[in-house]
Design a protein around this ligand. Sequence first.
Ligand SMILES: [Zn+2]
Length: 321
Amino acid sequence: MAKLLNAKQTTLKDRVAVSGVGVHSGKPVEMILHPADANTGIVFLRVDREKKTEFEIKGDYSSVIDTRLCTIVGHPEKGMVATIEHLMAALRGYGVDNVVVEIDGDEVPVMDGSARAYIDAIDQVGLKELPYSRRYIRVLKPVRVQNGDSVGELLPYEGQRFDVTIAFESEAIGVQHFDGEMTPDVFKREISLARTFGFMSDVERLWAAGYALGSSLENSVVIDNDQKIVNPDGLRYTDEFVRHKTLDAVGDLSLAGAPLLAHYRSYKGGHKLNFNMLEALFADASNWEWVEAVPAFRKSARVGTSVDTATVRVVLGPETN
Ligand SMILES: [Zn+2]
């Protein structure tokens, strides 16, 4: 169980601000990530500075109100936050368990379309361990969902494995596959820089409908009608597209409310499939259980060396989440 070595809950050492524009609204937004107590999880604090109101939204799947263009949490009238997936991915991917995300607009700033700016913000202040064990949701049996030709599966696995396949007719993308254990290191190096992407024809249609108003070559990889990548600097990874889909999956599945001990396989997936996967998982209490990672520090026989091992023990039966 070497994968569970970082067994304590974490938060940020200090607060840190990130400002930018919303990809759909095109409006400026300021977001402040605040340290939070153990067992807070990720909570959005949607503040309206003009109306002097604020509304708390739990960053978990029970708060999701839309997954069509991006993942949106909240309440249509009281307050909502859209396009949370890349920030959620950075927090989960980097092992940040507890944060209050204060935000003064309806959308998380898109930054460069990847998770890099959030990772940089977290790196700027650093992480602090809290004196509480991290809790995991362990998948106990295979759970499968299918929407048309999109298929998702959560399989029992003692780690956090993401196994994502995309298949596009577009020659610029084609079939791509990513399969890896999602450690903070892997997330930062292999996933966090991958940008969102779209086709010129779709972008034009979204613009006409009043969406994607903030989208540009500064925050998306765009493919034109001739299957060429429009961005002058090209791609950041040769398979940037599947890496971005993996980033989205890390963010969406983090809405489980705790890290999943599972092997997640997705074929032609997206926000909706990821969300349906969580609904299917939690629809049956026998699909999963809470576990706590307990680090056991064991001195090895030789003086001066120690071996870290982590074991997992069952805490309680399934709770409602
Ligand atoms: Zn995305």
